[in-house]
Write a protein that binds this ligand. Structure first.
Ligand code: ADP
Ligand code: MG
Length: 735
């Protein structure tokens, strides 16, 4: 087919509204129109869709687009239908979500030739009636989106993807374009073999994301660390990934309770809540989304400023996709991962239920993640190397290891020993095996090959197997060693390695970092018990009495009872933590943000002066408000009150009675979180009654005790009235 550049550009403008192509787009489109197979490796957000959408619109016939996710299909179809409002038939999808009538409509449009793009799920492609239909129409080409799903070595393997080639052969030959954002050399080779497109033109864009800062942190007090990080970046959009739904719920509510606007997202939420939470994040109604990996496919929010992995991802591919959602606008963004070897062991345990071959693959991918996390090498270099790309510089300046470089040593001798071992063995082995042999350790594998009897066994026993693993990893980065693609992960000596071995030159190596990370699952308890331990005395008695005097003083001046200003636990916390900012003050027991601002100024000033005069080193840590139990309910309540739903509706939605709901609300309010219930109270309680109960708390009560209030106010007022107004009082005056 004849293609002139002007025509392509004019279609680009009329259909998509863009003035120029991005990256390789034009070359890819030309290649396809010329009838050749193509393989496109382009990072997420690079503009892969256009590479098949545009040619589909200009070529004769219908393009078949195979895509794994129904939601993504629908999105793309909607976009294309938007181009020409009169012809909704221009794009269709075919998947299990369609009814009979809809399928009939798709049929007609296909047969009459108006449909230019047909999105299909791979399982729909295997259905007999669909194949028969597709045999009757002219196919312009086949596009396989998210093509890494073909490979077991990809991060999202789908067995149905394996049958695509057979289907294509049955339906009829046409050019194939495969597209993906993540593919190691191994996955790339799997894709091409599986689709039978070994001769495809390969378009590979750089995967480097220069504006992303990568950092791996020891997983110690991760929650506290995350809260601190977010508070240091107020108002910024971010995603926090957790492995389990439970952890997602817990973290989201922990953040909410600590005054951060955050929502959960996972596949266990009903579709409506999920869509709503996603929308609120996209619309910037909330800053942070806490999610499982279910979140993010097809999300195109340009200004995500941080992606935090609370749990280590299962593979580098997953890690790269998820971190890739940060900084789409090209501005600097942070990718922070919490790492603890305990988490790795947990992941390995999860794998035990799977078929052996899958376990083996999963373990290999996980070990790559471990190597990445523990390494002291430039993270950018390691990531790009993993995807088969060379990063030319030694120091990228935008990752933790480059910002804080570790001391290096001349690793000539060590690298030569590794090469000597590899060359001495008749077969190739994996990194861990070589490292075991050099450090002189045995396991079943080492024994079965009798490698514990060879001369080089234990030749490097001054160092651990871990040391030797990192030497080998660095050999890979330096291209002295290579990894076999087909038999995944077996190590061989490259030509450059041979040269080095014959005539070694100086290479600078670094040892891995040591992580002490402990398991953080019981963190909530840790935080709570930390706090209890701190409160059990140990505060500064001199400061405490000064704080109490100040409170007495203010109470007279403001005509408020002392406990309304700050409770005793709050003053005790202050005498331990020496808060000197509003934010830090907010970290004390029962001190909400509002209360900190309303009454805190003088307290902060007093503490500041006291700290300076007495030359006190303040504890760096602040106390994180721990999540109360049943956190899913609590976060739901906070959000619902925010949206002014009636309490009856909220209780109904969670299947609880009013009693339980009020109890939960009291729990939320007692931690200093403010809820504005006025919209509801106004409807259900007489204004005079509200005033009278409010007055009791303000002027008579000696604490916020509900018991005392009942004694004083019943039977004139009913229990629900007392409790609701007490909540109002706590939020408006006492917090
Ligand atoms: P991918 O599938 O590679 O992750 P998409 O195809 O979803 O990426 O495209 C990502 C974004 O880039 C979309 O918002 C798209 O509209 C935009 N885009 C694609 N091509 C161009 C172009 N030539 N000019 C400007 N924006 C483009
Ligand atoms: Mg895409």
């Amino acid at each position: 087919m004849e293609i002139d550049s002007a025509l392509l550009h004019s279609k680009l403008k009329t259909f998509f509204g863009y003035d120029s192509f991005k990256g390789d787009q034009e070359a890819i489109i030309r290649n396809l129109i010329e009838g050749k197979d193509s393989f496109v490796l382009m990072p997420t957000g690079g503009g892969k869709s256009l590479c098949f959408q545009l040619p589909a619109l200009v070529m004769p016939g219908t393009a078949i687009v195979i895509s794994p996710l129904i939601a993504l299909m629908k999105n793309q179809v909607d976009v294309i239908r938007g181009f020409e409002e009169k012809h909704t038939g221009i794009a269709h999808f075919l998947n299990s979500s369609l009814g009979k009538a809809q399928i009939q409509e798709v049929r007609q449009d296909l047969l009459s030739g108006v449909t230019k793009l047909l999105y299909v799920a791979p399982e729909s492609l295997t259905k007999e009636e669909n194949i028969d239909l597709l045999k009757e129409i002219k196919i312009s080409f086949y596009a396989v989106d998210e093509a890494h799903c073909i490979s077991e070595w990809g991060h999202d393997f789908r067995p149905e993807y394996r049958r695509i080639r057979d289907m294509i052969q049955t339906i009829g030959k046409a050019p194939v374009i495969a597209l993906t954002a993540t593919a190691t050399p191994k996955v790339q080779s799997d894709i091409q073999k599986n689709l039978g497109i070994m001769d495809a033109t390969v378009f590979k864009s750089s995967f480097n994301r220069p504006n992303l800062y990568y950092e791996v942190r020891d997983k110690v007090d991760a929650e506290k660390d995350i809260i601190r990080y977010i508070k240091q970046h107020p108002g910024k959009s971010g995603i926090i990934y957790c492995l389990s739904r439970k952890k997602v719920e817990e973290t989201a509510s922990l953040l909410a309770i600590n005054g951060i606007s955050a929502l959960p997202y996972h596949a266990g939420l009903d579709a409506k809540t999920r869509a709503e939470n996603q929308d609120r994040f996209l619309m910037e109604d909330v800053d942070v989304i806490v999610a499982t990996i279910a979140f993010g496919m097809g999300i195109d929010k340009p200004d995500v400023r941080f992606v935090i992995h609370y749990d280590i991802p299962k593979s580098i591919e997953g890690y790269y996709q998820e971190t890739g959602r940060a900084g789409r606008d090209g501005e600097l963004a942070d990718c922070i991962t919490y790492y603890s070897y305990k988490d790795i062991q947990k992941l390995e345990k999860f794998m035990l239920g799977k078929p052996i071959s899958e376990q083996e693959i999963g373990r290999q991918l996980l070990m790559e993640t471990v190597a990445y996390a523990e390494s002291s090498q430039c993270r950018r270099k390691m990531l790009l190397n993993y995807f088969g790309e060379d990063y030319p510089k030694d120091n990228c300046g935008v990752c933790d290891n480059c910002v804080h470089p570790k001391p290096t040593f001349d690793g000539r001798k060590e690298m030569c020993l590794v090469i000597r071992l590899i060359k001495s063995l008749p077969e190739h082995f994996k990194i861990e095996h070589l490292a075991m042999v050099l450090s002189g350790q045995t396991n079943a594998m080492v024994k079965s090959y009798k490698h514990d009897t060879i001369p080089l066994f234990g030749e490097g026993k001054d160092h651990s197997d871990r040391f030797w693993s990192t030497v080998i990893h660095q050999g890979l980065l330096l291209h002295l060693l290579g990894k076999e693609i087909e038999s995944y992960g077996l190590i061989y000596v490259t030509e450059k390695g041979e040269e080095f071995y014959a005539n070694p030159w100086e290479i600078r190596l670094v040892e891995d970092r040591v992580f002490v990370g402990k398991d953080n699952d019981d963190d909530d308890e840790d935080v709570a018990s930390d706090k209890a331990a701190m409160r059990g005395g140990g505060g500064d008695p001199v400061l405490l009495s000064m704080l109490k005097n100040l409170r007495k003083d203010m109470s007279k001046r403001l005509n408020l009872q002392p406990w309304i200003i700050f409770g005793d636990p709050a003053l005790e916390d202050m005498s331990i933590l020496y808060p000197i900012t509003f934010n830090e003050l907010h970290g004390c027991q029962g001190v909400g943000e509002g209360k900190a601002r309303k009454y805190g100024k003088e307290f902060i000033e007093l503490i500041k002066a006291y700290v300076e005069e007495n030359d006190i080193t303040r504890p760096a840590e602040f106390v994180v408000k721990s999540a109360p139990t049943r956190s899913a309910d609590k976060i739901f309540i906070i959000q619902s009150v925010d949206r002014k739903l009636s309490l009856e509706d909220i209780a109904d939605a969670r299947g609880m009675d009013m009693e339980k709901l009020i109890e939960d609300i009291e729990g939320i309010v007692s931690t200093g979180t403010k809820l504005d219930l006025n919209y509801y109270i106004r409807q259900v309680i007489d204004e005079d009654i509200v005033d009278e109960i409010f007055d009791y708390f303000k002027n008579e009560a000696s604490s916020d005790s509900l018991e005392d209030a009942r004694k004083a106010l019943e039977p004139d007022y009913d229990d629900m009235e007392i409790r609701l107004v007490r909540i109002k009082f706590l939020c408006e005056v006492a917090s």
